[in-house]
Design a protein around this ligand. Structure first.
Ligand code: HEM
Length: 151
C-alpha cells in the first residue's frame, strides 16, 4: 500500500508532522513535571512558595500536558487507521503498549501533583529523580519503533 492511499490522502504527512510536534510538547511537559515536584517538595507545606508550585503544576497540566496527550492520541489513531498500522508488523503493537504505559505515567504524575496540592509528599527526591528517567527511556524506544520499524 502506498503511503498516500489511506483516508488522509495528501494530508497524511501533515498529520504525521503535527503528531510529532505534539509529541515534543507532551514530552517537554512529562520531563518538566517531576522536576517541578522536586523543587516543590523543598518548600514548606502551606507557604507562599508551596502555593506557587501548586499553581505552576496546575498550569502545566491544563495548558501543556493534557491537551498535548489528547492531540497526540487523536492524530496517532488517525495515522494508525490511515496506514492500517496493526497489519504492518509487531513494531506497532509494542509501540501501542509503550504509549499506553506512557499515558499511565502521565496519569500517575497528575495524581502525584494532586497529592502535593493536599500537602501529601509520599516520595523522596531521589525516587522522583529516578522516576524522571522513565519517560526519556520510553520515548527513545517508541521513536525507534516508529521510525526504524525493526520488526
Ligand atoms: C498515543 C498514541 C500513539 C499512536 C496511536 C501512534 C501511532 C502512530 C502511527 C500509526 C504513526 C505512523 C507511522 C508511519 O506512518 O509509518 C506514528 C508515527 C510516529 N510516532 Fe506515534 N503514536 C502515538 C504516540 C506517539 C508517541 C508518544 C511518540 C513519541 C514518544 C510517537 C512518535 C512517533 C514518531 C517519531 C513517528 C514518525 C515515524 C515515521 O514516519 O518516521 N508516537 N505514530
Amino acid at each position: 500500500m502506498s503511503d498516500f492511499a489511506g483516508f488522509l490522502g495528501n494530508a497524511y504527512l501533515w498529520v504525521k508532522a503535527a503528531h510529532i510536534i505534539f509529541v515534543i510538547f507532551l514530552m517537554a511537559g512529562l520531563f518538566m513535571m517531576p522536576r517541578f515536584f522536586v523543587y516543590h517538595q523543598e518548600t514548606e507545606i502551606g507557604s507562599d512558595e508551596d502555593s506557587k508550585w501548586i499553581e505552576r503544576e496546575d498550569k502545566l497540566r491544563r495548558i501543556i500536558l493534557n491537551p498535548s496527550l489528547i492531540i497526540v492520541w487523536v492524530l496517532g489513531l488517525m495515522l494508525m487507521v490511515n496506514i492500517e498500522a496493526w497489519a504492518t508488523g509487531g513494531w506497532f503493537h509494542l509501540k501501542l503498549l509503550l504509549v499506553l504505559l506512557l499515558s499511565g505515567y502521565h496519569g500517575w504524575m497528575i495524581g502525584y501533583a494532586k497529592k502535593l496540592a493536599k500537602g501529601q509528599r509520599s516520595l523522596s527526591d531521589k525516587k522522583l529523580r529516578m522516576i524522571n528517567e522513565i519517560p526519556g527511556i520510553m520515548a527513545a524506544i517508541i521513536v525507534v519503533l516508529a521510525v526504524v520499524k525493526p520488526f
